[in-house]
Design a protein. Structure first.
Length: 165
């Protein structure tokens, strides 16, 4: 198995690293866009039904976008970890890789929790319970998404530190 992964990595090293960086950039950029561009504009919509309907559409599309991006990031990470020989290298680097993996595991669980809250908001919206809809949307956009953005930036920092070591 390791030989196959090494062979694939050696043949497609630049593409794998490119996809890893591109997908991480797209993930961070999408979170940044929602937090700093879309959310302030959505606040200005007066009609509650339209506001929450649009927010739920945005969150649905974000969740759909998120799945392939996360799969690319994890797949590329898998190939890079084995292909770059981190397991046999510097122990500090190996520990940093485990820390980065833990960070990504946290991100996955937080994104899953966000999806659960999105489903709760969607159900409440269909029942015209706008208070519950609002609470879930606020939790996602004001707290969970910024937390993921910060944690993602920390993961990027670790990625740069790992690459330099």
């Amino acid at each position: 198995m390791n030989e196959l992964v090494l062979d694939i990595f050696n043949n497609y090293k630049n593409l794998i690293i490119f996809l890893h960086i591109l997908s991480a950039s797209m993930l961070i950029g999408s979170m940044f866009m929602i937090i700093f561009i879309v959310r302030p504009i959505a606040k200005k919509i007066e009609d509650i039904d339209e506001k929450y309907g649009n927010c739920l559409k945005l969150l649905r599309r974000f969740n759909i976008f998120l799945v392939p991006i996360m799969l690319i990031i994890f797949s590329a990470s898998f190939f890079m970890n084995i292909g770059m020989g981190f397991e046999y290298g510097d122990p500090t680097t190996f520990i940093m890789i485990h820390v980065k993996e833990a960070i990504w595991l946290f991100l996955v669980f937080n994104f899953l929790y966000m999806y659960k809250k999105y489903l709760n908001a969607k159900k409440a919206y269909k029942e015209k319970d706008f208070l519950v809809t609002q609470e879930n949307i606020i939790l996602i956009t004001k707290y969970l998404l910024p937390l993921n953005l910060i944690v993602s930036l920390i993961a990027v920092y670790f990625g740069i530190a790992i690459k330099d070591s």
